[in-house]
Design a protein around this ligand. Structure first.
Ligand code: PHE
Length: 472
């Protein structure tokens, strides 16, 4: 059977934006910002999105479009070596790990959405009375598992319907809805009393906070940038594998990064004014995955028309989460379809069945959930992107330049050599360094020694991968 492709250019962009925009922007971003110094975090994060995120995104696109295969087949075919196929297998593991915790959070959100929607007629949502206690009750255990299965079921249905009729059509409906609802909420939040304090927390730029905390912020900001752009998992390789040669990858990649970052910033413009208007300071109320739910639920309960606003908010989050979860499930599904010729329907049933189990474990065990959502995902994404970019720079070499330039016009051609240098050398070095910080290495041996290890490890990788015809 012929491999599927996107029907339209906009379809691909919206699907990739749909993958990027998700709980990372709406749930993880405000929580990470609050935990890491507010606007200082924002600035470092924006820098990393621009300098690492965009070139990294192009790296994944180049692999996927060149091979027209999902990561395992793509790395094996383009290198002609089976061992690269094994490295590609990590993307399958990453996709399953991501979806296992993501689907649990998606379940929490659907639970809040249903609770708010039902309360539009009738009494206040149950979480208004005691937001902390409510969240404690629904975030782990049978309840969380049930809603996780519901969210996973919806995800599977969309992926089941295929690239054009499922993912493309779904994101074409979901993404505009997210943008309109979120814009409306931001405009409304601006009218709330004390909104200015929220903006100040989020946007006032204080250089001293950055200079004092730069290295502490760097790791979380890099993790957040990769997570939010869906980098390192092979999602973007997979999505680009359904692309034709006529699109400009640099244009599409930049559009995706700009749209994704805008959604993150607009979400901040909703969340922080709302919290501050109700006297809730996110750094004081404590942080962690639940803080946003508890804080916002508390704010909604005090607002005029709070139930309506809550319904709109949780609807945005549900749609954004779904358009990302489908891209996670597509990684292992495309792997089975490409490598084993399994039908899409069987592949979806098998993989969703597996995640039903792994997600249920996360739903019952907060410690496992925390490990998967934090440490494991950070490590898998950082190591994954480093491997993909080393592959682009040292295994694909000139082919990568040709692929990037294809369909990109003269600007694309002139950018491609500096880009290859960045993805082949600078970015892997940076990623290996952040990987070491995720393992806490810098804490035990100090910053400069960690830099030293990153340089040596990268040099060994460069040396090992060097092909005579590589450009860098
Ligand atoms: N980018 C998604 C979000 O922000 C998460 C994601 C990560 C999706 C990796 C796919 C791959 O929610």
């Amino acid at each position: 059977m012929a491999r599927e492709t996107w029907a339209t250019r906009l379809g691909f962009i919206l699907a990739a934006v749909g993958s990027a925009v998700g709980l990372g922007n709406i749930w993880r971003f405000p929580w990470q910002t609050a935990e890491n110094g507010g606007s200082a975090f924002l600035v470092v994060y924006l820098g990393i999105v621009l300098l690492v995120g965009v070139p990294g995104l192009l790296g994944e696109f180049v692999i996927g479009r060149r091979a027209n295969k999902s990561p395992v087949g793509a790395l094996r075919e383009l290198s002609g070596q089976r061992s690269w196929g094994f490295i590609g297998m990590f993307s399958v593991i990453t996709g399953i790990s991501l979806l296992s915790f993501y689907s649990v959070v998606g379940g929490w959100i659907m639970r809040y959405l249903l609770e708010s929607g039902v309360s539009l007629v009738g009494s206040d949502p149950a979480y208004f009375t005691n937001p902390g206690q409510y969240f404690g009750g629904v975030s782990a255990g049978a309840d969380a598992a049930l809603y996780h299965l519901l969210f996973l079921g919806l995800t599977a249905l969309i992926v089941f319907a295929g690239i054009r009729k499922g993912i493309e059509l779904g994101t074409k409906i979901m993404m505009p809805a997210v943008l309109v609802l979120l814009g409306g909420l931001a405009a409304w939040a601006a009218t709330q009393p004390n909104a200015a304090a929220g903006y100040a927390f989020f946007l006032r730029f204080d250089p001293s906070v950055i200079s004092e905390n730069f290295f502490a912020i760097l790791g979380p900001a890099a993790g957040q940038a990769l997570f939010t752009l869906s980098l390192g998992a092979g999602t973007m390789i997979t999505y680009a594998s359904y692309l034709g040669e006529d699109r400009s990858l640099p244009f599409d990649g930049s559009a995706i990064a700009v749209l994704n970052t805008s959604v993150g910033v607009i979400t901040g413009l909703v969340v922080f004014p709302l919290l501050f208007s109700q006297g809730i300071n996110p750094t004081e109320t404590g942080t962690g995955p639940g803080a946003l739910f508890v804080g916002l639920a508390g704010a909604f309960s005090q607002l005029p028309a709070g139930t309506l606003i809550a319904t709109a908010f949780f609807a945005v989050v549900t749609l954004a989460a779904l358009s990302s979860s489908i891209s996670m499930l597509e990684i292992p599904v495309a792997f089975l379809v490409d490598e084993y010729d399994v039908s899409r329907k069987r592949a979806v049933a098998g993989m969703a069945g597996l995640v039903a189990v792994t997600g249920t474990v996360c739903a019952f065990e907060p410690s496992i959930f925390g490990f998967v959502a934090g440490t494991l995902v950070n490590i898998l994404l950082t190591a994954g992107l480093a491997a993909f970019l080393l592959f682009v720079g040292w295994v694909m070499g000139r082919d990568a330049i040709e692929e990037l330039a294809s369909g990109a016009g003269s600007l694309g051609r002139s950018l491609s050599t500096p880009w290859l240098f960045a993805v082949g050398i600078v970015l892997p070095l940076f990623l290996v360094f952040t990987l070491l910080t995720h393992f806490g290495v810098d804490g035990s041996i100090g910053f400069w020694r960690t830099v030293g290890i990153a340089v040596v490890a990268s040099a060994v990788a460069f040396f090992g991968l060097r092909r005579p015809e590589s450009v860098v």
